[in-house]
Design a protein around this ligand. Structure first.
Ligand SMILES: Cc1cc2nc3c(=O)[nH]c(=O)nc-3n(C[C@H](O)[C@H](O)[C@H](O)COP(=O)(O)OP(=O)(O)OC[C@H]3O[C@@H](n4cnc5c(N)ncnc54)[C@H](O)[C@@H]3O)c2cc1C
Length: 461
């Protein structure tokens, strides 16, 4: 394991000279606020929190930290679910909350250039005036930097892709203090190694994103929401495969198990029965296209034995439904005030989705585990939410997590569809990637020879 140095008073003076006195803090409140993300991993304090305001400052801090062997952990807004932004080796925590501007809207090119600390919801609120939006939607108001670093996805990925599919160019600060550009504003790119996508998903372990040009799409003119209830998990999950196989192009296709459906009914204006449900959304340029598509979805759901089917083009109703889905985590936490939560994330090829879900249901039943299933079913991604208390139920939750990850890998899937590796999935990297893990280590050594960038994440130490 790499050994690091502590931040001394001399380092603090030099860091202050780089970011200015207003943008550096060693206060306990700031250290505590940036010591843990939304995962269940325990808090680990940094020694100093920086709030850089320019890319140049970021680069200069990295140069200093690299020479002094001080770890640097970037921080978006701390909504990560695998401990991705926890500064486990102390050192410098670099928060991007003050680099949160839109640099330029290139409306005619359907692009926007932003600083990394802007929240994607704040960005979309600004872009609405151009009739455009940035589609990846992880629910929480995650920052663009955190989304690109984790390759976040969410409910719209089934149609619009993950963060990696919606970025064209980035400015990145390297560990040695160089500032480079990767990618270009051209939608087609065939020049050289694809460094853009090397940094996307690297969780701040290879470089720090200081600016990004994102792809945008027009806000759809016509949208509809569909909610269908099914008699069994199997019929709901088989319907996912049928809808995907039909050639329909859902903008969201979400699976919610019966227990979760009941919980979501605590939300205003949402009334779901205690059955497995599918939530879908469709976007179209013309109402006729939308209605024809909805008719097809209804037929598929009927054939698969749906016990209720409701489609709506009413904006308020659609928003109520998705609001409940987006707040499912908070609703669940409120419903279990005495518990902690572990939200696990795996993804498999769509044809293997029914087998994966059947496996989760089987271990739930056999081991008497209270777990809730909610997932971006359209792209083969499931989250199993495991409430626990320290002790026995924690051990059970961890064992279930392990077995589900191994099953997903066995089915040709991945240990993480969208939450990233962070601390929680490090132990599966060798199983999933085999010899490719050595190549990842070699890349890490080349870009960050002293291992200062977000150490302890992605690669086993
Ligand atoms: C209720 C809830 C629902 C969620 N739903 C989803 C979902 O549907 N889909 C999904 O994908 N995720 C989901 N997430 C997880 C989370 O929102 C994403 O992982 C998101 O990308 C984290 O963004 P953040 O700004 O909070 O980053 P942080 O958590 O602060 O950081 C995430 C990672 O990015 C690195 N990082 C941050 N900024 C930079 C930068 N400028 N340069 C380099 N590295 C950087 C950090 O070091 C860390 O490794 C959910 C989380 C919650 C709490």
């Amino acid at each position: 394991m790499t050994s690091f140095n502590h931040v001394t008073s001399e380092h603090l003076s030099r860091l202050t000279a780089i970011v200015t006195a207003d943008n550096i803090s060693t206060s306990q409140a700031d250290i505590d606020l940036h010591a843990r993300d939304q995962s269940f991993f325990e808090a680990r304090p940094a020694e100093v929190v920086l709030f850089p305001t320019t890319a140049q400052q970021v680069a200069e801090v990295l140069k200093l930290a690299n020479e002094a062997r001080i770890p640097v952990t970037p921080w978006g807004v701390g909504t990560g679910l695998e401990g991705n932004a926890i500064p486990i080796h102390g050192g410098i925590l670099m928060s991007f909350e003050r680099m949160n501007k839109i640099v330029e809207v290139h409306a005619d090119d359907f692009q926007v250039t932003v600083q990394p600390g802007i929240g994607h919801q704040d960005l979309n609120a600004e872009l609405a005036r151009y009739g455009l939006f940035f589609p990846p939607d992880p629910g929480a108001n995650a920052t663009v930097g955190g989304m690109l670093a984790n390759n976040a996805a969410g409910i719209r990925t089934v149609k619009y892709g993950a963060s990696k599919d919606n970025v064209l160019r980035m400015q990145v600060a390297l560990a040695d203090g160089r500032l480079i550009h990767v990618g270009s504003r051209s939608v087609k790119q065939s020049s050289g190694y694809d460094l853009l996508h090397l940094f996307v998903g690297s969780e701040g372990t290879l470089g720090i994103i200081t600016e990004a040009t994102l792809k945008l799409v027009p806000v759809p003119v016509h949208m509809s929401a569909v909610v269908a209830a099914f008699p069994s998990v199997e019929s709901a999950v088989e319907t996912v495969v049928a809808v995907r196989g039909s050639g329909l192009d859902p903008a969201a296709l979400e699976f919610v198990d019966a227990a979760h459906a009941v919980m979501l009914s605590q939300s205003d204006g949402v009334d779901l029965s205690e059955h497995p449900h599918l939530f879908m959304e469709f976007h179209a340029v013309h109402e006729t296209v939308l209605n024809d598509g909805l008719e097809m979805v209804r037929e598929i759901c009927d054939e698969m034995g749906a016990i209720s089917f409701r489609a709506t083009t009413d904006t308020a109703e659609r928003k109520r439904l998705w609001h409940a889905r987006h707040h499912s985590y908070e609703i669940m936490v409120r419903s279990h005030p005495d518990k902690q939560f572990f939200i696990m994330d795996v993804a498999v090829p769509i044809s293997a989705y029914p087998e994966l879900i059947a496996y989760v249901e089987q271990i739930k039943a056999e081991r008497n585990i209270a777990a809730y299933l909610i997932g971006h079913a359209g792209d083969g991604n499931i989250h199993v939410e495991l409430p626990f208390t320290p002790g026995d139920s924690y051990e059970k939750a961890m064992r279930a997590n392990h077995d589900i990850v191994m099953k997903a890998l066995d089915l040709g899937g991945t240990a993480t569809g969208e939450h990233g590796v962070g601390m929680g999935k490090v132990k599966y990297m060798a199983v999933e990637h085999g010899g490719a893990l050595d190549v990842m280590r070699a890349i890490k050594r080349t870009l960050d020879p002293n291992g200062i960038l977000n150490p302890g994440k992605v690669l086993p130490e």
